[in-house]
Design a protein around this ligand. Structure first.
Ligand SMILES: [Ca+2]
Length: 704
């Protein structure tokens, strides 16, 4: 057969494809080889014979192919005995420094369904080629591991999403010359990562699962109390996914031109094509979730009237910062009751009048009360219950989930729900509660991908996304409200601006890698997101490096008296620096004399000792925060000083500042009080603050 290698070429990239297997066997960036592909790898195709039901995993080899200069295609024909079960084409296309691999022209013969293609070793890199070879992935906030130190093994499956990497499906391999960044752009496709011991060290592999249908024999996490995995049976549909399977590999050098080739080059290149945030509404507002009522409580934790007091106190402590608040349990009989109905308001919290009065009064002091709703869950006791809207598990049963507060919740199929009731529900809620600006919809992003095996209305996660979840966002937008939700999810980036919880943000790397701010870099200006609970003093800096925006949602049991001081602290130590830093691009991230340094544009940085918990933060060349204290501009005319403990804090004015101090006051439980413990220096002001008591310095500029 002679040489079986054919090449796709651009000026910068050459990809050698093996005619016999239909897989890449060589990558060259600017003529230089990257890694060394193993010959003879095979694609594993999975298909289903419907009657009698059986699934087959077979090695698939191409039966035909075409090669152009930038595009190569391989035709595969899967055989069941003498019969053809399915045909499909794998297409490789190169464009500048990237390679895109798509699954095309799938043709299933009667009685057969194509499920997936597994390609575990699309790119590989070993310590043989380069002793500094590394692997980066975004299973959590981001991890970097040098292959020589890597723990062999496979990337574990996600408890809910299997091989789908839900937050950011990006993995990279690199050495001193080249970074290969893989982004699996199809939402139900899988990401595969593996490290193995090799003859002379370690090898790492990255690959993908190209999914055409949801595997009807696979598990689905029902999200009941035991996270029971429900498997399909002979009647389970292999749901068609209806989004083209696709992944993209970029081969990069020193993308940012700083003289080094490292993971930052890959991250910056992926970041450059991310969609932008659609609003700046969240840029200067303090946010938290206010616990209202729960059916098991004797009385509400906060009635609407008490909620106003809470908001008023925070307005005082933050010196009238604008706020966004959600009140849980505002509906029917408290948290997680009554859905999908949104017409009844919790009477013991104050009823409709109480709620509307709270909204009006809160708005007068700069606080938006957003609607806190949930489209994924429904309760049989609800006046709006419709069993036809409930999704089905793979075994065909109604999808019951958990008893969150009192009643068993059932999962709604959002494609069918939006078709029948969704628009009206949104219109009703927005009209009845005069919702503008913002709505929080629980769960909506957490399960960005959620299948429905309802025989009458089957829907893959993609169908539920395009016909359910996205239209919910669009419908709210028509009423002027931005929808936010729980977890950061890749399919929501560019659609949803804010995802406020992320209990998977910090996880140990399965390969023993160290934490890097990969998500922070890639999603900067693309998504706002929360993160796990705070642990120690240095975590303020760690959070800011990861660009985490914290929205506290208190447990029902926590005394309210403890919440307000904690919220105050989060506002000063996290929000104020975040307001200034969160949109600044990352220039560099490195270790320096044992410290971790994140350098941002506009001469700004975050520097953390890691070990001692000490940190320093600078914005536009001037320090604004260190070691649990801030001395930070709130706006052009106000500087906030705050420290956890008594401290002397100094703020330096910008060069050429020609203003004057107008007023200095301390904020106490009773309100603003004139304050005198400060000293004005030539180009700075120094304030002696009492621990926990903010001091504001008002200035005016002569130029104004
Ligand atoms: Ca570089």
């Amino acid at each position: 057969m002679g040489d079986e290698r054919r090449y796709l070429e651009t000026a910068g990239l050459s990809v050698g494809l093996d005619w016999r297997t239909g897989l890449p066997v060589e990558y060259r960036r600017k003529g230089k080889m990257f890694g060394s592909q193993e010959l003879g790898q095979k694609i594993v195709a999975r298909y289903c014979r419907l009657a009698p039901r059986e699934y087959f995993d077979v090695e698939a080899v191409p039966c035909d192919g075409h090669m152009g200069r930038v595009c190569g295609e391989f035709l595969f024909r899967l055989k069941y005995g003498e019969e053809t079960a399915a045909e499909f084409t794998l297409r490789y296309r190169v464009d500048r420094n990237s390679l895109t691999i798509t699954l095309e022209d799938v043709e299933e013969k009667e009685g057969f369904e194509l499920i997936s293609l597994t390609i575990p070793r699309l790119v590989q890199l070993g310590t043989k080629e380069d002793s500094n070879a590394w692997l980066v992935h975004a299973m959590a906030s981001g991890s970097l591991v040098y292959l020589k130190d890597a723990i062999p093994g496979k990337m574990p499956e996600h408890d809910y999403f299997g091989h789908i990497m839900p937050m950011l499906p990006v993995v990279m391999l690199g050495d001193e010359n080249t970074v290969c960044a893989m982004e699996v752009t199809a939402f139900q496709d899988g990401v595969l990562v593996e490290v193995e011991e090799a003859d002379s060290g370690k090898r790492a592999f990255i690959g993908t699962v190209k999914q055409y249908r949801v595997d009807g024999s696979a598990w689905c996490n029902s999200n009941d109390d035991n996270l029971t995995k429900i498997y399909g049976n002979e009647n389970t549909l292999n749901l068609p996914i209806e989004q083209k399977s696709s992944c993209r590999l970029d081969f990069l050098g020193d993308y940012d031109g700083n003289g080094r080739v490292d993971w930052l080059d890959g991250a910056k290149a992926v970041h450059a094509r991310m969609p932008k945030l659609r609003t700046d509404f969240y840029d200067d507002k303090f946010m938290y979730v206010l616990p209202g009522d729960h059916p098991k409580l004797e009385r509400p934790k906060n009635t609407f009237a008490q909620a106003y007091e809470y908001i008023r106190k925070l307005s005082l402590w933050t010196d009238e910062c604008q706020q966004i608040t959600f009140i849980t349990g505002w509906q029917v009989e408290g948290m997680d009751t009554g859905y999908p109905d949104v017409t009844q308001i919790n009477e013991r919290m104050g009823g409709y009048e109480g709620y509307m009065e709270l909204r009006r009064k809160a708005e007068d002091i700069g606080c938006f009360i957003g609607l806190h709703d949930n489209f994924d869950d429904a309760y049989p006791s609800s006046i709006a219950w419709d069993e036809d809207m409930i999704a089905r598990l793979p075994d065909g049963t109604l999808w019951s989930s958990r008893n969150w507060t009192r009643d068993m919740s059932y999962v709604q199929g959002l494609a069918k729900y939006m078709k029948k009731y969704g628009k009206e529900r949104i219109a009703t809620a927005c009209r009845r509660y005069k919702i503008r600006e913002v709505a929080h919809l629980d769960v909506l992003s957490w399960f960005a991908i959620r299948n429905d095996w309802d025989k009458n209305h089957p829907a893959s996660g993609i169908k539920n996304l395009y016909e359910g979840r996205y239209p919910i966002l669009e419908e709210y937008a028509k009423h002027g409200a931005d929808v936010m939700s729980e977890s950061l999810r890749y399919p929501m980036v560019g659609r949803m601006n804010l995802n406020f919880v992320e209990n998977e943000f910090f996880r140990p790397c399965p390969f023993g890698g160290k934490e890097i701010p990969l998500i922070s870099l890639i999603y900067r200006n693309a998504a706002i997101y929360g993160g796990d609970e705070l642990r120690g003093p240095g975590d303020w800096a760690r959070r800011l490096m990861h660009n985490i925006h914290k929205i506290i949602w208190y447990p029902w049991t926590k005394p309210v008296e403890e919440e307000i001081p904690e919220l105050k602290e989060v506002y000063y130590l996290l929000y104020l620096p975040w307001f200034l830093l969160h949109k600044l691009e990352v220039v560099d991230y490195r270790e320096e004399n044992g410290d971790i340094v994140m350098e941002l544009e506009e001469n700004s940085f975050i520097r953390s000792s890691g070990q001692t918990g000490e940190y320093r933060i600078a914005w536009r060349g001037r320090e604004i925060s260190k070691n649990e204290s801030v001395f930070c501009p709130v706006d052009e005319n106000k500087i906030a000083f705050y420290s956890k403990t008594d401290a002397k804090l100094r703020y330096c004015f910008p060069e050429g500042f020609d203003g004057e101090i107008k007023e200095v006051y301390e904020i106490t439980e009773e309100g603003r009080k004139a304050y005198e413990n400060f000293t004005i220096w030539e180009n700075s002001v120094e304030v002696d603050v009492r621990g926990g008591y903010p001091v504001m310095v008002r200035i005016y500029s002569r130029e104004q």
